[in-house]
Design a protein around this ligand. Structure first.
Ligand code: ZN
Length: 84
């Protein structure tokens, strides 16, 4: 467990993911800022978001929309109630 880690969503200090869940800057951000249990919660929520919004991944904007929901769920931008 590394010193100074606090999960963006639950504020806990781990356990952390062992590797980035996907490539790119967003994957690294999740690795750095989200604990593994919050990530598992998102993976369950993700299925519901995809079904609810009927996201079609042939459409590139669907990926973007899902990423927005993920950032909100994981509170990567300070949470849904963060002041602008
Ligand atoms: Zn967490």
């Amino acid at each position: 467990m590394s010193a100074g880690f606090a999960c963006a969503r639950c504020g806990g200090d781990g356990p952390r993911l062992t590797r980035a869940p996907f490539g790119g800057a967003l994957g690294r951000e999740i690795l750095d800022r989200v604990c593994s249990s919050c990530w598992s919660e998102w993976q369950r929520a993700e299925v519901m978001v995809i079904n609810e919004l009927r996201l079609n991944f042939m459409d590139p904007s669907a990926q973007e929309e899902l990423a927005t929901h993920m950032r909100q769920f994981l509170a990567l931008d300070g949470g849904p109630e963060a002041p602008r």
